[in-house]
Design a protein around this ligand. Structure first.
Ligand code: AGP
Length: 613
């Protein structure tokens, strides 16, 4: 939820810390801070608001030093202000500590520490940990920093990714994680730690992913990784895959717009080397070892959150259509506390762009604890969910910086389509002819998305016509009902307009009461098997003078006669209309947000990776 960076080395701390925090800002952006140690001096600077506030506040300060840490916040405990911003320190102010996660037993620890004379300055859960560490450094304990941190962490319940520096331990930084992501960057005589590698990718591409209950000690002379039982570990140093320009805006005004326009390429990347339209075969290397399982299983559960949950709903239809196996889709946040019933033949899929979403991770662990095979569909390589699943498929969408997920959604659906075809082939429920037809069409989708993006400017005018609305309804049927949900979510999360997605036929059972000349209704009406039904639904809305904005298949005059405005998309197979129909909805939400002056890439109250429950 928050972003953490730490650096040990000769470069100017200001550049590395502030530069890194800007790259991590999508993780949380309500307040920020940094601390630099030079000799026995610790300089801490904090500011409410975006990184630019911190930059301004520290502009004239001497931030020279050999080790430093930084933090950008998504508040969980304590309002976003200068005091609650990180870093935090303990009773004597000897250390600085930044934290991503939630200390669940902080109230208990706080009461204990207050009884021992500690005075708290903030409302945060994190400050408790700072006081604990200082207790193990002071009071005659005299432990080295890493040991004080380790002992303090043994008292903590909850999730954390932390970085700590100590005015009495020159040039030393200690980091540790449980539940929240942390990556080490290994440079020539310099070392980095970050919530993700984008924080320091411009300096090194040699990285180490820390696992749960592991800590790292970085110093001028090298690094050490060990677990909380003090056992030294020798983790593998991996090489970062993606190029730096993938985390730049590339001339677009916002990351979200860039990522929408990247979809023709990311769709190709999501199926590169995986589909063979000639033979009708799909090859997913990450599922090679579990093909037997996919052929034998008799029930599939897909669990996820937010946009990934919408992709799961489309996956449900795809797998049921091609593999003829029952599929259930579960909100991970509900599933994890639902004591679900797992039958022997069950396979669980978890879907996550970031691979760090706490609820989805918990759903994964719940199933795994009951020895149910869990497979992943993930974007971030090396993320916790990717490492904890039995097997899985990377969607290869590249870094997604905009908080509102766009290219990850279409790549998730593209991968789900391939998994459905693979399972259909393995189970003999999908014949070669049909498989070839489906795969021959999937390879044409990138070009069809590019065609839609050529109308992108039209969506700006569409948004202008739409602007001023306070509410909106999105309707779809079949494969496109989840697209209605996704379109509504995009509008909500970046333009702050209340919107609801609904199965079009459900209107009659209540929501149609909302329809009048002020209620805009976005209807997904491509030329698929339920087209005529959707047309009747549009007529029901027209009969109540509702305003209809339709997404229809090219050359559809019937819809043109019924709707106030139509966006046309190319013809495709029923199962692939979601991949085309969602693009105009992404653009509509984008332009609405821009026209309302909203912060498109960093919408209020949100964060890109929800690492707390
Ligand atoms: C979507 O635009 C949102 N950012 C959010 O709903 C997101 O999809 C959800 O938090 C799940 O994230 P994940 O795919 O990284 O697990």
């Amino acid at each position: 939820m928050c972003g953490i960076i730490g650096y040990v080395g000769p470069r100017p701390q200001r550049d590395v810390l502030l530069g890194g925090l800007k790259r991590l800002e999508y993780r949380g952006y309500d307040s920020a801070g940094l601390a630099v140690q030079s000799g026995e001096r610790l300089r801490i600077v904090k500011a409410a608001g975006k990184i630019r506030e911190l930059e301004a506040r520290s502009a004239d300060l001497d931030l020279s030093g050999t080790v430093g840490i930084g933090h950008t916040r998504w508040a969980t405990h304590g309002v976003p202000n200068d005091i609650n911003a990180h870093p935090h320190t303990g009773r004597v102010g000897r250390i600085a500590l930044v934290h991503n996660g939630i200390i669940e037993n902080y109230q208990t620890l706080r009461t204990l520490l207050e009884k021992r004379g500690n005075v708290f300055r903030t409302e945060t859960d994190t400050e408790v940990l700072a006081h604990l560490v200082e207790e193990y450094l002071e009071n005659g304990h005299d432990h080295p920093l890493e040991e004080a941190v380790r002992l303090a962490l043994l008292e903590v319940e909850g999730a954390y990714g932390i970085a700590v520096i100590d005015s009495h331990s020159p040039g030393r930084l200690v980091a540790a994680r449980r539940g929240s992501p942390l990556v080490l960057g290994i440079g020539e005589g310099e070392f980095f730690v970050g919530s993700d590698a984008s924080a320091f990718a411009e300096y090194t591409r040699e990285i180490i992913y820390l696992n749960d209950d592991e800590m790292a000690i970085l110093g001028p002379d090298g690094y050490l990784v060990k677990n909380l039982e003090n056992v030294e570990l020798s983790p593998e140093v991996q090489r970062l895959e993606w190029e730096l320009d993938r985390i730049e805006k590339g001339g677009f005004e916002h990351f979200m717009l860039k990522e929408i326009h990247e979809q023709p390429e990311t769709l190709v990347d999501a199926m590169r080397g995986r589909v063979n339209p000639e033979t009708g075969e799909v090859k997913l290397g990450g599922l090679q070892d579990v093909q037997g399982l996919l052929a034998r299983c008799d029930r599939v559960i897909i669990s996820a959150c937010g946009t990934s949950w919408h992709a799961a709903l489309i996956g449900e239809r795809l797998i049921e259509e091609f593999a003829r196996i029952p599929v259930e889709v579960e909100y991970a946040s509900e599933f994890r506390y639902a004591d679900p019933v797992f039958t022997p033949g069950t396979v669980v899929f978890v879907i996550s762009q970031s691979g760090e979403t706490a609820d989805t991770l918990a759903a994964l662990r719940l199933a795994r604890e009951q020895e149910v095979p869990v497979l992943g569909i993930v974007n971030v390589v090396g993320s916790t969910i990717a490492r904890e699943t039995l097997a899985g498929v990377y969607i290869h969408a590249g870094p997604e910086i905009g908080v509102a997920s766009t290219k990850a959604f279409t790549s998730q659906v593209t991968v789900l389509s391939q998994i459905a075809v693979l399972m259909g082939r393995l189970r003999g429920t999908l014949d070669t002819t049909r498989a070839r037809e489906v795969l021959s069409e999937i390879v044409h989708l990138p070009a069809k998305v590019r065609q839609i993006l050529e109308q992108a400017d039209g969506m700006r005018d569409f948004a202008t016509e739409f602007s001023g609305v306070g509410n909106a309804l999105y309707l779809g049927r079949g494969y496109n009902f989840p697209v209605a949900l996704e379109g509504a979510l995009k509008l909500k999360e970046i333009s702050y307009i209340h919107a609801e997605g609904y199965p079009a036929a459900e209107m009659k059972h209540g929501p149609i009461a909302l329809i009048d000349q002020d209620m805009p209704v976005v209807v997904l009406a491509p030329g698929d098997s339920v087209y005529d039904k959707v047309v009747s639904n549009i007529e029901e809305i027209r009969a109540r003078r509702g305003r209809v904005y339709a997404v229809a298949t090219e050359d559809d005059d019937r819809i043109a006669a019924l709707a106030d405005r139509v966006v046309y998309i190319p013809r495709t197979l029923d199962c692939f209309y979601p991949l085309l129909a969602v693009v105009p909805l992404q653009l509509l939400a984008y332009h609405m947000a821009v026209q309302r002056g909203c912060d498109v890439d960093q919408p209020r109250n949100l964060a890109k990776s929800v690492t707390v429950e």
